[in-house]
Design a protein around this ligand. Structure first.
Ligand code: 13P
Length: 353
């Protein structure tokens, strides 16, 4: 890649990794958007999907805490009710528009319980179209499940190669790739096992990215925090999560990677904030570190909205508030005891596809 192109990618990385800000992953597929709408008893129809996204993207002042928004094919091509394209609306607010380009997962034959991610076909053409629509970064998610005999290296390798091809195509199109190998929180595994699996996953991923000549400085890693599975009796404390997560990253992520963001993975919104804060409190690291949450940002908004127009201002305040808490946590300045949403019932719904 020529210097100019690398500089453009690095510029986007620095916008996304702005201190005190995080990325909103509003990139649910249409099917997964239906699960969000079901929480407020709305049928999964285009108008309702649009209403939810419009509410999110027009929320006052969120640009103070949100650096980028990941869209989905149907939302990057959609508009507000007044006809403003969503990516234009975001860009005008100084928020970088992004796009999820993977097409979900399929089973890996011969490897029970393991999957590989689909979506490489014609990806170069899709990137060219998304760039024209305003996308400057993209996301591709691979799923790693922890079980007694999984993940296998074979499954980790095929997903790493797929992520590398996606990342190389993104960079060739002027788009920053977010590479996301999500080690699922769902399961009864211990934090030690999660650490082992995440280290292996990331080591294989970065070896492969280098092999396929992906420019790491123009790449963002989106990873899970290292924590005990949601059905393990042990709940990992923020300090344990922070220690295990940073140990893992130091053992497996090259220092020239442009940035690292965490997914929330089914943790409650408050827990996702507390854990991010504990990580930031351990001091500055070789990479900028922040969040890229979907459920942990959207769930409090849905709870406030309930699908009713009258509740839109309240729902928008809930988004601004949660984004602000995460912005403070990114700097290690969050105080859980002052968090207004701390004691609210917050549900962790199914992951996205
Ligand atoms: P969650 O924060 O809900 O885990 O989603 C993040 C994401 O982008 C998953 O691909």
């Amino acid at each position: 890649m020529v210097l100019r192109e690398i500089q453009d990618l690095k510029h986007t990385v620095s916008q996304l990794m702005h201190s005190g800000k995080g990325i909103l992953a509003a990139d649910e597929s249409d099917k997964t958007a239906g699960k969000r709408l079901a929480m407020v008893d709305l049928p999964n129809e285009p108008d309702h999907r649009r209403a939810f996204r419009e509410l999110l993207f027009t929320a006052p002042d969120i640009e103070e805490y949100i650096s980028g928004v990941i869209l989905y094919d149907s939302s990057i091509k959609n508009t507000t009710t007044d006809g403003v394209p969503f990516p234009d609306l975001l860009a005008a607010r100084g928020i970088v528009p992004g796009i999820k380009v993977d097409m979900g997962i399929r089973d890996l034959p011969g490897f029970p319980g393991e999957t590989v991610t689909k979506g490489l076909d014609a990806l170069d053409e899709r990137f060219a179209e998304y760039y024209k629509l305003g996308a400057r970064f993209a996301k591709w998610r691979a799923v790693v499940t922890i079980g007694e005999e999984i993940p296998t290296d074979a499954a980790l390798r095929i997903n790493a190669v797929t992520l590398a091809e996606y990342a190389a195509l993104a960079q060739a199109s002027g788009i920053v790739p977010v590479v996301e190998p999500e080690v699922l929180f769902q399961g009864d595994h211990s934090i030690v096992r999660a650490e082992e699996v995440t280290i292996r996953t990331l080591q294989i991923l970065f070896d492969t990215l280098r092999t396929y000549r992906v420019d790491l400085s123009g790449t963002i890693l989106k990873t899970s925090m290292v924590l005990a599975g949601d059905s393990n009796t042990a709940v990992s404390s923020p300090e344990e999560v922070a220690g295990a997560t940073l140990r893992t990253l130091h053992l497996s992520v090259p220092h020239d990677v442009g940035g690292i963001v965490f997914l929330s993975g089914g943790q409650t919104p408050v827990r996702a904030t507390e854990n991010l804060n504990a990580i930031a409190k351990l001091g500055s690291q070789p990479w900028p570190i922040s969040s890229s949450y979907s459920r942990a940002l959207e769930e409090p908004v849905l709870v406030a909205w309930q699908g009713k127009d009258d509740n839109i201002p309240l729902a928008q305040k809930a988004l601004l508030y949660r984004a602000k808490m995460n912005g403070l946590a990114q700097q290690g300045k969050y105080e859980a005891k002052r968090d207004k949403q701390r004691d609210k019932k917050n549900i962790a719904t199914d992951s996205q596809d």
